[in-house]
Design a protein around this ligand. Structure first.
Ligand code: PMP
Length: 422
């Protein structure tokens, strides 16, 4: 496989088609996957890993769930793409709008990035305003307006995270620390009438899992309403992951626009954005906000997504998965502490992150104050034990319904050995 990795690095930037897969955050080189089955991922050399990456979230039923892969093959033999509507798209729209609060109309796209980019465009289109607010450490895909991080202080005028993002655009993105109510108020008192939208992860997942305070969520809703700005709730990660319908349903949020992806696509390239009818009626061909896609609502992707969502079936699916996630996170923290390691965890639904620091973090600065070198040792130690954790301290781990008592026990036993030497 070294040959392929050499070749990959010559032919593909960093050898990978998405940066985190390169293991750059933890060192070493990635393995090539050959096959997935339930909670396991097998590499090209035949090593089997208990997988907590799960394609970064989509595979909530585990790898290659029969209902999901059968849906793919049954649809594929009938054609891969048509360029005209299918009943599948209507069924998907119906399922999503019934499950997700505030989702009155929905448009399918091909990724989370497309969903957030499009939602931002709608918010600018309907308000006639240009500024947006995001939270430091939150990732909303790689759209130009969203690749902006916070500096220190209450609000930082946008400094792009990436070369190639024009300053003129980045300047329109205001950033505030996650959970920083006063910082958000300050931004609104200065720029309120220029803000098209606040975009937030209802639970942060891209600085590791970080939970919102109730007051933080309430403040976003209150300030956006008061200023005539929209609240875009980015449920790309949390949608159907923290609960049926997502965090909006779990927390009783009232979003104006919602972004979805990952779980709703079951492993296919799928995203969706939608929300209040008044806003979504501004989208082409009904309205002046343009957004389109040759493969959007792709029939194989819709069949797969529907199969996964119908197998989940509703809220009753989640409690055992939530319980397993909690058992795992708590067990890992307890094992770490037994070995005198400063470790904590944030967990919600079927998401959790271990942080090598004494107390669980509430924002990106606190996440950054974790022991990254120790995470690297933990990651490699666990990988040697046949357990695949995210190859970065800033990613969330995703247990699935295919994980079981055996995988939990194996994970905790391996962690005990790894903690003893890191
Ligand atoms: N928003 C959130 C909250 C995400 O977690 C991600 C991906 N991790 C995205 C947007 C971008 O989605 P995609 O990678 O499908 O473009």
């Amino acid at each position: 496989m070294e040959h392929y990795w050499e070749k990959a690095q010559q032919l593909i930037p960093g050898g990978v088609n998405s940066p985190v897969r390169s293991f750059k955050g933890v060192g070493g080189s990635p393995f090539f996957a050959r096959q997935g089955e339930g909670p396991y991922l097998e590499d090209e050399e035949g090593r089997r890993y208990i997988d907590y990456v799960m394609s970064y979230g989509p595979l909530i039923l585990g790898h290659a769930h029969p209902a999901v892969v059968n849906a793919a093959s049954a649809q594929a033999v009938k054609g891969l793409s048509y360029g005209v509507p299918t009943v599948l798209e209507v069924e998907m729209a119906e399922l999503l709008t019934q499950a997700v609060p505030g989702l009155e109309m929905v448009r399918m796209v091909n990724s989370g990035t497309e969903a957030t980019m499009s939602a931002i465009r709608v918010s600018r289109g309907v308000t006639g305003r240009s500024r947006i607010v995001k939270f430091a450490g939150s990732y909303h895909g790689h759209g130009d307006s969203l690749l902006v991080k916070a500096g220190s202080g209450a609000a930082a005028m946008g400094i792009p995270d990436s070369q190639g993002v024009p300053m003129a655009l980045a300047e329109l993105t205001l950033t505030v620390p996650y959970n920083d109510i006063e910082g958000l108020k300050a931004v609104f008192s200065r720029f309120g009438h220029e803000i098209a939208a606040v975009i937030s992860e209802p639970v942060a997942g891209n600085m590791g899992t970080v939970l919102p305070s109730e007051e933080f969520l309430a403040t976003i809703r209150h300030l956006t309403r008061q200023a005539g700005a929209l609240w875009i709730v980015d449920e790309v990660m949390t949608g159907f992951r923290v609960d049926w319908g997502g965090a909006s349903r779990l927390f009783g949020l009232e979003p104006d626009l919602v972004c979805l992806a990952k779980v709703i696509g079951g492993g296919m390239p799928v995203g969706a954005y939608g929300g209040k009818r008044d806003y979504m009626e501004q989208v082409a061909p009904l309205g002046p906000v343009y957004q389109a896609g040759t493969l959007s609502g792709n029939p194989v992707a819709m069949a797969v997504g529907l199969a996964q969502l119908r197998t989940i079936g509703g809220p009753q699916f989640y409690p055992p998965l939530v319980e397993r996630t909690r058992t795992l996170a708590t067990g890992l923290v307890e094992a770490g502490k037994r070995h005198g390691i400063a470790v904590s965890a944030n967990t919600i639904g079927a998401m959790f992150t271990l942080f090598f620091r004494e107390s669980a973090p509430h924002n990106f600065d606190e996440v950054n104050a974790s022991d990254r070198a120790r995470y690297t040792r933990f990651f490699h130690g666990m990988l040697e034990e046949g357990i695949f954790f995210p190859p970065s301290p800033f990613e969330t781990a995703f247990p699935s319904a295919a994980h079981n008592d055996e995988t939990t026990q194996a994970t905790l036993e391996a962690a005990e050995r790894v903690f003893a030497r890191i």
